[in-house]
Structure formats: structure tokens, C-alpha cells
Design a protein around this ligand. Structure first.
Ligand SMILES: C[S@@+](CC[C@H](N)C(=O)[O-])C[C@H]1O[C@@H](n2cnc3c(N)ncnc32)[C@H](O)[C@@H]1O
Ligand code: SF4
Length: 404
């Protein structure tokens, strides 16, 4: 695996990671930091004759693996900026591989092979990584899974994360089964945003899709979240042909009186989920159907890195959106990184390259050494995903083992 500082050092480790990390740390005793982003460095290397914007050159001193962070000089962490200039300020952490539902689109019918407990990130490891990423510029963390609300220490993790200076938003994606019960604790611990997954408004169909009972519990969770002031409560609905595409209008109608943001997600291929193109309902098709019912549907401005294309029916309290990862990807503005429950960093949801931060942590790596590993992985992030047909043929994890 190649490690790079992004500026001047490149080394290979082929034996023990800890040994390679130490070599990396020694090599990096002192390197020059120009104040340029990684993209600017690459541009400068390729076209040295083009004058740059004036920048004070600074020495960044790495002493025994500890880096002095020159916040006033760094435009954004070099380690979290990829070679296309994308700044990764949003981290999704999967808290568990387990789940109390068995959604057809997320996991194979026979279940998944769970990672032995000792190989999953501990509470302290989750918090150490969160601290490191936030120190580097991550402003939003989403806790996901598996089902994050079945992890016994979830409230403790959120409470501790809330103390991280610089972390603006803590979000949770949940299937809603334990939501009503945990909501007071989640609010108190400091959860800012809630996404609840719900794929059908018909109880029997809900049960068919998620292979478990629980529709009313999820609805209770959503209503309680609204009462407790979450506005909007986001509802994630994976739309699949022949299963729930006939409920599109009912979901939109829900936004009339409730401050919900219903997000229709294009069905994505993952290992073991039996994806095929015919089952995917595209954004264009969904929008067309909704516009037939509500021709005055308004487009809402989206935020720079937002994944959803947002709309509102005039006069409705809530809004709707489309996550169009398959038919119209948003890789160009992607600012997300993921850490799986077993501690692998995944720079792209649809890419199968991973690096184990858990192994680095457990081999005693310093923050600086970890950042080198993270920076190298981020540096290798591809411009965009390979396209739905290629993705469907590729080996990746089932979604439940990634964390959406
Ligand atoms: C993997 S789940 C984990 C969090 C939680 N258990 C939940 O269901 O909300 C995160 C999100 O991924 C979405 N998801 C899972 N498999 C998907 C697929 N094949 N295509 C699109 N979205 C998917 C789910 O609907 C959910 O909103
Ligand atoms: S989508 Fe969420 S609730 Fe459904 S099986 Fe996957 S992790 Fe569980």
C-alpha cells in the first residue's frame, strides 16, 4: 500500500503496518507546507510556470508524530482533500453490523456473516476517530449501520461527540424501530438531524419489504420526532418497481400536513440484494408521475454538497427530494467518507477499496500516522463511481455492512 504525505514523501509498506507507519513518521520529521491545497499542489507540479496566488510559505513541523496544526494557514485539511479538490467534511460512521430488520434491498435473505465482536470498533476507538476527523475539518457526522439505535452505548457515543469543538451536526439514520423509546435520550445527547427509513405506508407491504413486523412503531417514532421539534424529519424511501412505486403519491401527500422531507432513493446495487435495472425507478420517472398529480411542484434550491434534488408542493408543510445516485450521480460534489463498523475507511460508497483504521489504531499509530493513511486513501478516491451496471457486477459489501 502506498502512503503519501501529499507533498514530498511516498513509501511502500509490504511487511508489518506498524513498522511501515514508523518509517513514515521518521520520513516525515519535517516537510514544507506551502499552504496550497492538494489540487493546487498538483496543478503547480504540472504547470510550474503558471503564477500562483501569493501564499506565505510555512514550515509544518512533525515532531515525534505530532503535527502542529496551523489552522490559520490551512485552507482545509490536506489529508481530507482529494486529488479533484473535493473537501471531505462529512463522515458517516457505522456503529453496528446488526439490525432488527432484514430489508430486501439492503441485505441477502440468508443474512450476512457478522464480524467477530473483538474486531469491531470499540466505543473509545469510534470516539478517537471522530475526534481526529473533526480536528481535521469534519463538520458533520452521521451515525448509521446496521441499525445504530440497537448499539447499547449509542447515547454515550453521541454525548461524547457533542463535546467535539468544530462538529456542527450530528445526524442519525435509523429504521425507526427503537426511535420513539430513545428519542428523549437522543435529543438530550445532542442529535440534530434524524433520517428515518420507511418504504411503505401499507403495514403488510412494509413487513414484506423489511421481512419483519414494526410499521406502527416506525410511524410512532416519526410522529414523536416531529412533536419533539425535529423539523424536518427526513424520511428515506427506497423506490422499487413492482414493490412500492405505486405509493409515490401517498408519500408526497404525507408532506401536506407534516414537516417531513420525504426522500425518494433510487434503488442501488450492493452485494446480495438482487438489484436489476428493471427494478430501479429513475428520478425522471418518479418526478414525472408526481408532476402529473401536482403540476405546480416547485424546485427548491439545494445546498452545494447536498445529495437530494429538492421540491415542494406549494402550500404543503413538508418537502420531497430525490437521491439520484444511479441515474444522475453527484460524485463531483461528494464530501462524504465512511467508516464501517469493523473500522475500515471507505472513500466511496460504490468503491471496494478500503483501509483498516482499526488495525492502525491497534498497532499504536499516532494521529499523524493515521492521517497519512487516511490522506493516502482519500488521495486515491476516484472522480466518480463506475456506473450502475458496472457497480452491479463489482464485488462490494452488502449495504448493511457498509452503512448508508
Ligand atoms: C443501510 S441503512 C442503515 C441505517 C438504518 N438501519 C436505516 O435503515 O435507516 C441506511 C440507508 O440506506 C438505505 N439503503 C439500503 N440499501 C439500499 C439500496 N440498495 N439502495 C438504496 N438505498 C439503500 C436505507 O433505506 C437507509 O435509508
Ligand atoms: S436498511 Fe437499515 S433497517 Fe433495513 S436491513 Fe438495512 S440496516 Fe437494517
Amino acid at each position: 500500500m502506498a502512503l503519501h504525505s501529499g507533498l514530498c514523501s511516498r513509501l511502500i509498506y509490504s511487511t508489518h503496518p506498524a513498522q511501515a507507519l514508523r518509517t513514515a513518521a521518521n520520513t516525515l520529521q519535517c516537510f514544507r507546507y506551502s499552504g496550497r491545497t492538494k489540487e493546487e499542489n498538483q496543478r503547480h507540479a504540472a504547470y510550474p510556470e503558471i503564477p500562483e496566488r501569493p501564499q506565505p510559505e510555512q514550515e509544518l513541523v512533525v515532531a515525534r508524530g505530532r503535527r502542529r496544526v496551523l489552522k490559520d494557514v490551512l485552507p482545509f485539511s490536506e489529508f481530507l482533500t482529494d486529488s479533484f479538490g473535493r473537501r471531505h467534511s462529512y463522515l458517516r460512521i457505522s456503529l453496528t453490523e446488526k439490525c432488527n430488520l432484514r430489508c430486501q434491498y439492503c441485505m441477502p435473505e440468508e443474512g450476512v456473516k457478522l464480524t467477530p465482536r473483538g474486531q469491531l470498533l470499540t466505543t473509545e476507538e469510534v470516539l478517537t476517530l471522530a475526534r481526529l476527523f473533526v480536528r481535521e475539518g469534519v463538520e458533520k457526522i452521521r451515525l448509521t449501520g446496521g441499525e445504530p439505535l440497537i448499539r447499547p452505548d449509542v447515547l454515550h457515543i453521541i454525548t461524547e461527540m457533542r463535546k467535539l469543538e468544530g462538529l456542527k451536526t450530528i445526524a442519525v439514520t435509523t429504521n425507526g424501530m427503537n426511535l420513539a423509546r430513545l428519542l428523549p435520550g437522543l435529543k438530550k445527547a445532542g442529535v440534530d438531524l434524524l433520517n428515518v427509513s420507511l418504504d411503505s405506508l401499507v403495514p403488510a407491504k412494509f413487513e414484506f419489504i423489511v421481512r419483519r413486523k414494526g410499521f406502527h412503531k416506525v410511524m410512532e417514532g416519526i410522529d414523536k420526532a416531529i412533536k419533539m421539534g425535529y423539523n424536518p424529519v427526513k424520511v428515506n424511501c427506497v423506490v422499487m418497481r413492482g414493490l412500492n412505486e405505486d405509493e409515490l403519491l401517498d408519500f408526497v401527500a404525507l408532506t401536506e400536513r407534516k414537516p417531513l422531507d420525504v426522500r425518494f432513493i433510487e434503488y442501488m446495487p450492493f452485494d446480495g440484494n438482487k438489484w436489476n435495472f428493471k427494478k430501479m425507478v429513475s428520478y425522471a420517472e418518479m418526478l414525472d408521475r408526481i408532476k402529473q398529480q401536482w403540476p405546480s411542484l416547485e424546485t427548491l434550491p439545494g445546498d452545494e454538497t447536498g445529495t437530494a434534488k429538492a421540491f415542494r408542493v406549494p402550500g404543503f408543510q413538508g418537502q420531497l427530494g430525490f437521491i439520484t445516485s444511479m441515474s444522475d450521480h453527484f460524485c463531483g460534489s461528494c464530501n462524504r467518507l465512511r467508516i464501517t463498523a469493523d473500522g475500515n475507511l471507505k472513500v466511496c460508497l460504490f468503491g471496494n477499496s478500503e483501509v483498516s483504521l482499526r488495525d492502525c489504531l491497534r498497532s499504536g499509530a499516532s494521529d499523524e500516522e493515521l492521517l497519512q493513511i487516511i490522506g493516502a486513501a482519500v488521495g486515491r478516491k476516484k472522480k466518480q463511481h463506475a456506473g450502475m451496471f458496472n457497480i452491479s457486477q463489482m464485488k462490494n459489501r452488502p449495504m448493511i455492512l457498509i452503512g448508508g
